[in-house]
Write a protein that binds this ligand. Structure first.
Ligand code: AMP
Ligand code: GLY
Length: 421
């Protein structure tokens, strides 16, 4: 089979490495891919948002199955366009991807179908939003409606900060049209859990739970990033919590999307907070999380391609989705300065004795050398019998990967380990 994966980060590298385990796979093309994954996929350089070129490539290369991984092409309708020319795909249609593409849509959906989430108000008028946040109970959460590279959320400690956030989104348009409407939300507390779930629109099969580390600095300080590391499973996601999530969140969400005429197929990501009143949805994503995927897929024992095809075909109920009972830890190595200013172009060296998966996110190939080319450069994932051992092994292997100006958090998994003990 000829497979194509749209995207070019660490998440896509993890997906590609797992897909390669299926012996039916002859070739995997990455669109665009990156210079650090050329041993695993043919990197085409075709941009992940260039829907016309993606479709053209799929037709010309007689692609048998496509995986669309990032949010942008999903929201732009890559799956719809590929299906139209007869290419089966893993991923939601644009209508279904609105669950991530518009926070207003997802909040209203949860309200209509009584899915637990933070109380909220929506504003399309800036003055009304300012009036509201000027007197709202703090901390208060201000979110841009549309996609904003995971940066469209401000937790305002004071009313003044909330007013500034509203102005930067609605007046200064720092996220462009994504900020033309804002959601103002009640601040919730509790540990966060990410649950990625396979679904064919009828059946939902959650993957092993994970924990992201979004802040740039140790101790969850510093700026929000795309994610500096992950562990799986998440100790806060107990069997009782999982049962409650299935009954009150996962199944009602699939059902709600069907009733809205927006059947969701693919990977639905539930960003959850385990509050004193039970689990609540912080956000939905219409795709695999990054870097959650880098700990979840290494623990998947069943065949990924078979599951993805079952999601597309509507036969997920009959398909085995089995995870190992081991633990995984992924430490992201970034360019120093990320998520703000950073330098790139430094050679990446991976020691021959690395005993971990290295998923490359931001790299380019130049005269046979792999050079850094992004903020998040790569993730080092180790799997071991328990969480403590996985963390130790991941950090041991991080020392065997090097590039100038590398930065990584030293405490990935520390909070999870404390929760276990
Ligand atoms: P999001 O992009 O919606 O996942 O938000 C980014 C981060 O902001 C989340 O991972 C949470 O840590 C935090 N956050 C978002 N909404 C809330 C909320 N209502 N209460 C507390 N924290 C929140
Ligand atoms: N790691 C969070 C996300 O993928 O949105």
């Amino acid at each position: 089979m000829k497979i194509m994966v749209v995207g070019g980060g660490g998440r896509e590298h993890a997906i590609i490495k797992k897909l390669r385990k299926n012996s039916e796979v002859e070739v995997i093309y990455a669109l665009p891919g990156n210079g650090g994954m050329t041993n695993d996929a043919v990197c085409t350089g075709i941009g992940a948002k260039d829907i016309d070129s993606i479709v053209k490539f799929a037709v010309e290369n007689k692609i048998d199955f496509a995986v669309v991984a990032p949010d942008d092409p999903l929201v732009l309708g890559a799956v719809d366009a590929l299906n139209e020319v007869g290419v089966p795909c893993f991923g939601p249609t644009a209508k279904a991807a609105a669950i991530e593409g518009s926070k207003v849509f997802s909040k209203d959906l949860m309200k209509r179908y009584s899915i637990p989430t933070a109380a909220y108000e929506v504003f399309s008028d800036m003055q009304a939003a300012i009036d509201y946040v000027s007197t709202a109970k703090t901390p208060v959460v201000v979110k841009a409606d549309g996609l904003a590279l995971g940066k469209g959320v401000v937790i305002a400690a004071t009313n003044e900060e909330a007013v500034d956030a509203v102005k930067s989104m609605m007046q200064d348009k720092i996220f462009g049209e994504s900020g033309s409407r804002v959601v103002v939300e009640e601040f919730l507390t509790g540990p966060e859990v990410s649950v990625l779930a396979f679904t064919d629109g009828k059946t939902v099969k959650p993957m092993i739970s994970s924990m992201d580390h979004k802040r740039a600095l140790d101790g969850d300080r510093g700026l929000n990033t795309g994610g500096m590391g992950t562990i799986a499973p998440n100790p806060y996601y107990t069997a009782d919590v999982a049962k409650e999530c299935m009954e009150k969140i996962f199944l009602p969400t699939i059902d709600a999307m069907n009733k809205e005429g927006r059947t969701f197929k693919g990977c639905l990501y539930f960003g959850l907070m385990i509050t004193p009143d039970g689990p609540k949805v912080i956000e939905y994503n219409c795709r695999f999380g990054d870097p959650e995927t880098q700990v979840v897929l290494p623990l998947l024992e069943s065949d990924l391609l078979t599951i993805m095809r079952a999601c597309a075909d509507g036969t997920l109920a009959e398909c085995e989705v089995k995870f190992s009972d081991k633990s995984a830890c992924c430490v992201v190595m970034a360019s120093n300065g990320y998520p703000q200013k950073y330098e790139t172009g430094f050679e990446i060296t991976v020691g021959k004795d690395v005993a971990a998966e290295v998923y490359v996110a931001g790299a380019k190939l130049s005269e046979g050398r792999v050079l850094t080319a992004g903020g998040r450069v790569l993730g080092v994932t180790a799997v071991a019998d328990n969480l403590g051992a996985a963390i130790d092994l991941a950090y041991e292997n991080v020392t065997k990967v090097s590039f100038e100006n590398a930065y990584y958090r030293k405490d990935i998994g520390a909070a999870a380990l404390r929760a276990l003990n």
